[in-house]
Design a protein around this ligand. Structure first.
Ligand SMILES: *Cc1c(COP(=O)(O)O)cnc(C)c1O
Length: 377
């Protein structure tokens, strides 16, 4: 087994569930139930129970999940969809791909997420949907977003690719899983996500029976009955081998989230007094730390810090270095000023993410914090 520090340690995690995963994969092969096999149905049911949601529609990846959601909601070319500009590209990409217009807005400096206050001024008569992204594992403050959406008759499509297992706590104390609060939620099972498979996978969640039927139809070539195609759809399936892996890992998801949270507390304590800001945890959410992301008070030292850490065997990543509106592909959709949006600009310049996973050893943890403290000495 590798002894070097990884951003995500999937090898050690696999060793702990190897027997179950190996037996399940062998069973799929023995029975040749590769597509739409019993493992997919079982995982779907398990995830519905875990999330407390009426419908889970498995699909091929998280990007497809977002695309299928927007197709099933009947969004039309020219419709505007509000997205954070500080996010992974997939969120905005599918919007543009469908001929919809991504309207890129700034995020809150503490949570890195959109807020109702930031969404409201971006709403126009063409706005049809809002895509809150629960970035780095922390829920968007959903209640004010849902209220705003209701007031303006907008769809809310949650991008839950980084926050599965997390909770959102409503002002009245009611607690719901992220991804089940908007009209539709989308997630990814990419290997390095908090619930990841051993290839590509994704899912769409909804409590709306009619919408669920539409989502299933779009994901399956637009057919409601075999060989009868009601709408233009896509082919997007989760395969049985991935479902086996996900079923095995879902049982441990709460433990995985707890390990990530525990590591975040240890990091927080170790970095006290350094010229950086540790992640903010909003009171209305249980952060599941897809990433542990610091903001450096001296952004000009970020490259030097990263190089210093690399020399000491500590990987670190920049999520995300460039605002969406500065990407060549998205520049045509940007109608704001050349200076861009202040918080996004500041975050892109100052953030750095540290190794965050469920298998951190004490030895590796000490190696990481010693390297960071040495840099700032
Ligand atoms: C990973 C991710 C996606 C896309 O998921 P894929 O399965 O890679 O297609 C979408 N949105 C966010 C925020 C992500 O982190």
């Amino acid at each position: 087994m590798s002894n070097s520090i990884q951003m995500v340690d999937l090898k050690t995690q696999y060793q702990r569930i190897k027997a179950e995963v190996d037996a399940g994969i062998q069973e799929v092969i023995d029975n040749a139930t590769f597509i739409n096999g019993p493992a997919v149905k079982a995982f779907q049911a398990d995830l519905e129970t875990y999330l407390g949601v009426r419908h889970v529609i498995p699909c091929a990846n998280g990007t497809d999940a977002l695309q299928i959601a927007m197709m099933a909601l009947g969004l039309k070319p020219g419709d505007e969809v509000i997205v954070p500009t500080f996010t992974y590209v997939a969120t905005a990409e599918v919007i543009a791909l469908l001929g919809l217009v991504p309207v890129m807005i700034d995020v809150d400096p503490h949570t890195f997420n959109i807020t109702a206050e930031l969404v409201e001024p971006a709403i126009t008569p063409k706005t049809k949907a809002i895509v809150p992204v629960h970035l780095f594992g922390q829920s968007v403050d959903m209640e004010p977003i849902m209220a705003l959406a209701k007031q303006h008759d907008l769809w809310v499509i949650e991008d839950n690719a980084q926050a599965i297992g997390g909770d959102y706590i409503f002002p009245n104390g009611e607690q719901r899983k992220t991804g089940t609060i908007g009209h539709v939620g989308c997630t990814s099972f990419f290997p390095s996500k908090n619930l990841g498979c051993y290839g590509d996978g994704g899912a769409i969640m909804t409590n709306d029976d009619e919408l669920a039927a539409q989502l299933r139809m779009v994901a399956n070539h637009g057919q409601s009955k075999q060989y009868y195609h009601d709408v233009i759809g896509v082919n997007s399936r989760l395969d049985s081998i991935q479902a086996v892996v996900l079923r095995a890992k879902l049982k441990h998801l709460d433990t995985y989230c707890a390990s990530r949270r525990a590591l975040s507390y240890m990091y927080d304590a170790a970095f006290d007094g350094l010229p950086l800001t540790t992640p903010y945890c909003a009171p209305y959410t249980t952060h599941v730390f897809h990433q542990y992301t610091l903001q450096l008070h001296q952004p000009e030292r970020r490259d030097a810090l990263r190089a210093f850490l690399a020399e000491r065997g500590v990987p670190a990543m920049i999520y995300y270095p460039v605002p969406l509106y500065r990407q060549a592909a998205f520049a045509p959709y940007w109608h704001g000023s050349a200076e861009g949006l202040p918080v996004t600009e500041q975050l892109c310049a100052s953030v750095i993410s540290l190794p965050m996973h469920t298998e951190m050893t004490n030895e590796h943890f000490l190696q990481i914090i010693e390297a960071i403290n040495a840099f700032f000495e």
